[in-house]
Design a protein around this ligand. Structure first.
Ligand code: HEM
Length: 424
């Protein structure tokens, strides 16, 4: 679609800004895209539903509309494994050479197709039941109240660091059954990992930090083999499906996946939820008056300002042409979940935040066989964390003007660098 410039963009609700141009790859990590994501999405949905983007130097096909995202995530012509799409078997899942320790971690089920994916998912499904999640809800209540007690009378705080981060981080360490003395090193190690995945830090993270964490996880597995307890890691070690078990490397990859997929996501959903509710005082007042709407409110936060805006790449096994744009065999394609969740073809008044929206079949937890394994846990953690925060702090408000809030420039994500709030 060469030459589609902002001038041809004519939607009543749209903010026309210069810079929209589908003849050049859209830089998903660029400051302009990060700061004006929802303007871009509105434009993509109407004018460039399939186009080319880039993440750093890597070119990637982008798909914006709801139905097209679902197609890319379910149509047999698209696969997850890069090697398979290129007819090379499932080798390196990433388009860059990797050290061995990284390769092990990157071989998790999120990069696999069936039957390998189904095998790994069945084994983890056995331990990740809704009963196991339900059992945790009392603990999440306690953790949330302890953290809120600690905030005490302080006025201005960064709610991301002081509350949204520790809630899921403590939940995941308890789920993994870490000993008290292991919690701090564990949190430090994974903090380094998740903070180090941008800019020049990536290299250090890939070559050094990951190796250290790999060692840490293997030691943890060794401890649990000797002394299993009532936790997810022990259950994963013992999980068996028709005589099949997870190998040591698969266990390491699974632990990484559960921690990275379960921790960064939830922390940013809680943070985005705080901001969204504070920016919609009418909806917050309604929620306070009708607390039975909390479940539906969390669902709407995931749709309206969910943290995950793109899945892992899907690869076409043949050239696929959509809306006149050809997605070439073997090249990465990213369904833009954040755009799809604002597609007016599916959602009435998509840019409105409506805590009672129904139906609300958003794609914020993905779609198809890689649909989020932890969706139930994430919903429960977020509901408990937000509800307690707002119930205990009736005067909660943003401590800065919204124009001062900074989003982190991480492709495929919608996350804040910090969120300063005042408690009273
Ligand atoms: C706000 C919270 C969360 C959001 C928005 C979220 C979102 C997503 C999305 C969009 C996918 C699909 C990715 C893709 O297709 O490439 C996914 C997959 C996954 N999520 Fe979540 N997630 C959240 C929380 C969690 C939690 C708490 C856990 C577990 C502790 C978890 C574990 C996983 C796993 C294991 C997968 C891969 C499933 C597979 O490959 O079959 N997620 N998540």
């Amino acid at each position: 679609m060469p030459g589609l410039e902002a001038e041809v963009f004519d939607m009543a609700t749209a903010i026309v800004r210069p810079g929209f141009d589908a003849s050049r790859p859209i830089n998903l990590g660029g400051a302009d895209f990060t700061e004006h994501k929802y303007d871009w999405y509105r434009w993509l949905l109407e004018e460039a539903p399939v186009c080319e983007g880039k993440i750093s130097v890597l070119k990637i096909g982008l798909v914006a509309r709801y139905e097209d995202c679902r197609l890319v995530l379910t149509d047999k012509r698209f696969v997850r494994s890069r090697g398979r799409a290129r007819g090379k078997g499932s080798s390196n899942p990433l388009p860059i050479p990797m050290p061995k320790s990284v390769a092990v971690i990157a071989r998790s089920m999120i990069y696999e197709d069936d039957p390998e994916h189904r095998r790994l998912r069945n084994l983890v499904n056995k331990v990740f039941t809704s009963r196991a999640v339900e059992k945790l809800s009392d603990r999440v209540e306690e953790i949330s109240h302890e953290l809120l007690d600690d905030l005490g009378e302080q006025n201005q705080i960064d709610i991301l660091e002081r509350y949204a981060r520790p809630v899921p981080s403590r939940v995941i360490t308890e789920m993994m059954g870490l000993r008290k003395e292991d919690v701090a090193p564990f949190q430090h190690a994974f903090g380094v990992l998740t903070k180090g995945m941008s800019g020049l830090r990536i290299l250090r993270t890939l070559l050094w930090d990951l190796r250290a964490i790999d060692k840490f996880v293997r030691e943890l597995i060794a401890q649990k083999r000797v002394a299993p307890s009532d936790d997810i890691l022990s259950a994963l070690i013992q999980a068996e499906e028709e005589g099949d078990r997870l190998s040591e490397n698969e266990l390491v990859a699974m632990v990484f996946l559960l921690i990275v997929a379960g921790f960064e996501t939830t922390l940013h959903l809680i943070t985005n939820g705080v901001r969204t509710l504070l920016e919609h005082p009418d909806q917050l007042a309604r929620l306070r008056a009708e607390p039975e709407l909390w479940d539906s409110a969390v669902e709407e936060i995931v749709r309206h300002r969910g943290p995950v805006h793109g899945t892992k790449p899907q690869y076409p096994t043949e050239d696929v042409t959509l809306h006149g744009h050809t997605l070439k065999r073997g090249t990465p394609v990213m369904p833009l979940l954040g755009a799809a969740n604002h597609d007016p073809r599916v959602f009435e008044k998509p840019d409105e935040f409506d805590i009672a929206r129904s139906p609300n079949h958003h794609l914020g937890f993905g779609f198809g066989m890689h649909f989020c394994l932890g969706a139930q846990l994430a919903r429960m953690e977020t509901r408990v964390a937000l509800r307690n925060l707002f119930d205990r702090n009736p005067n909660l408000r943003l401590a800065v003007d919204p124009s001062q809030l900074k989003l982190a420039a991480v492709p495929g994500w919608h996350r804040h660098a910090s969120l300063p709030i005042a408690l009273s």
